[in-house]
Design a protein around this ligand. Structure first.
Ligand code: ADP
Length: 367
């Protein structure tokens, strides 16, 4: 079975045609299916809904998922409800079409890697930005996509101001900072507007940041994921063809439990965990130079060993790092070969090795 297997797509279309819609008609009689694609055994479907129809369409989504899962050869199913265009009229002729061949989003990007954490505030965004700069310092062309819709921090971390320029057609050009290409919901909409968005709107916003931004040729696009392991995260993980994920955690148990959930989520969609980074590992007192393990120490390292994923390194709790971030001048841009800069560069080199060897090790955690 391959992505160009027309028989299989026909079979999939037939399998979901009888799914009932809230208005009493069936999916096969509507134009709700706006995309159907196959990649290996992974099948993705997008269903067009109007804003406000999300709740009513949850059973439809579940039924489509169940029908597709039952087909032989399907390893995973990804059904997304999109509300980014007006609802199709039920009067239009019955047709279930495969999405027209659009240029593949991110076609010029060699590797897409997610940076994730189970919960907020562990330093995921700070780590993403400094790692991105560390990859760049190794000679890679790097982009950063801030998919953390509820708390976009890229504009602050990279000092982005103004709005992105328009590219060809309806595309947007990424912004530029410190030699990185960057895009964040924070430069597109007022963060307070995004706060009240629900699942499908978030998904279509993220999809647009991926497909409507002209990222051009990149060695690496780092995606700063929203914290947590809900539907939006899962959909994003599966929808972006990720080469791997990097998990950021603090040493405390609580954050580690959350980090484990993140790894489990990536496992579910066959995305390898490239490694765990322990952030805020210990505090080096600027006055006396002594080291204090405020959040405990070594938790993430021990966990990484236990579940068999690489440990990428530990970053100290550092006032210098925090003030550099808040000032929009990342530490890696300011002092790439300083002690912190070297830590990020070592991590970037390890990840580059794993990406180039194509075989990121897969974690074995079960829950
Ligand atoms: P997240 O993306 O996980 O929500 P952020 O990257 O926004 O977290 O970081 C949260 C806060 O912690 C920010 O003020 C940031 O400057 C600070 N921070 C992150 N990592 C460190 C660190 N290693 N040392 C000191 N402060 C840090």
């Amino acid at each position: 079975m391959s992505s160009s297997d027309p028989d299989f797509l026909d079979q999939a279309r037939a399998a979901i045609a009888s799914v009932g819609l809230p208005d009493g008609s069936s999916l096969g009689q509507s134009t709700r299916v706006s995309g159907l694609s196959l990649n290996g055994g992974r099948i993705s479907v997008s269903l067009q809904i109007a804003p406000g129809e999300h709740e009513a369409f949850m059973p439809v989504r579940d039924a489509v998922e169940a029908k597709l899962r039952a087909l032989e050869g399907v390893t995973s199913v990804f059904v997304v409800l999109t509300a980014d265009s007006p609802t199709p009229s039920p009067k239009t002729p019955p047709k279930l079409s495969v999405a027209p061949a659009k240029p593949k989003p991110l076609a010029g990007v060699r590797h897409v890697v997610a940076v994730a954490s189970g919960k907020g505030g562990v330093g995921k965004s700070t780590t993403t930005v400094n790692l991105a700069l560390a990859f760049r310092a190794q000679g890679w062309k790097v982009g950063v996509l801030d998919a953390d819709i509820y708390g976009p921090s890229l504009p602050t971390l990279l000092g982005l101001t103004g709005k992105p320029a328009k590219g060809q057609g309806r595309s947007l050009l990424p912004m530029q900072a410190y030699g990185l290409k960057a895009m964040s919901m924070g430069v597109l909409v007022d963060p307070e507007t995004a706060m009240v968005w629900r699942g499908p709107m978030i998904m279509s916003a993220i999809t647009q940041m991926i497909s409507d931004v002209d990222w051009g040729a990149l060695d690496l696009l780092l995606v700063d994921m929203p914290p947590g392991t809900g539907d939006a995260q899962l959909a994003l993980a599966q929808g972006t063809d990720l080469a791997g994920a990097i998990i950021v955690s603090t040493p405390q148990d609580l954050a580690l439990v959350d980090a484990r959930r993140g790894i489990t989520m990536f496992n579910k969609v066959d995305v390898p965990t490239l490694g765990i980074i322990e952030n805020m590992s210990q505090f080096i007192c600027p006055d006396c130079g002594s080291s204090h393990a405020i959040f405990g120490q070594g938790g993430a390292q021990a966990e990484a060993a236990r579940i068999g994923v690489p440990f990428l390194g530990a970053l100290p709790l550092s006032m210098e790092l925090r003030s550099a971030s808040d000032a929009g001048r990342p530490i890696l841009a300011r002092d790439p070969d300083g002690p912190l800069g070297r830590l990020y560069q070592d991590m970037a080199r390890t990840v580059m090795g794993a990406l180039e060897s194509k075989a990121g090790p897969k974690a074995t955690v079960q829950n």
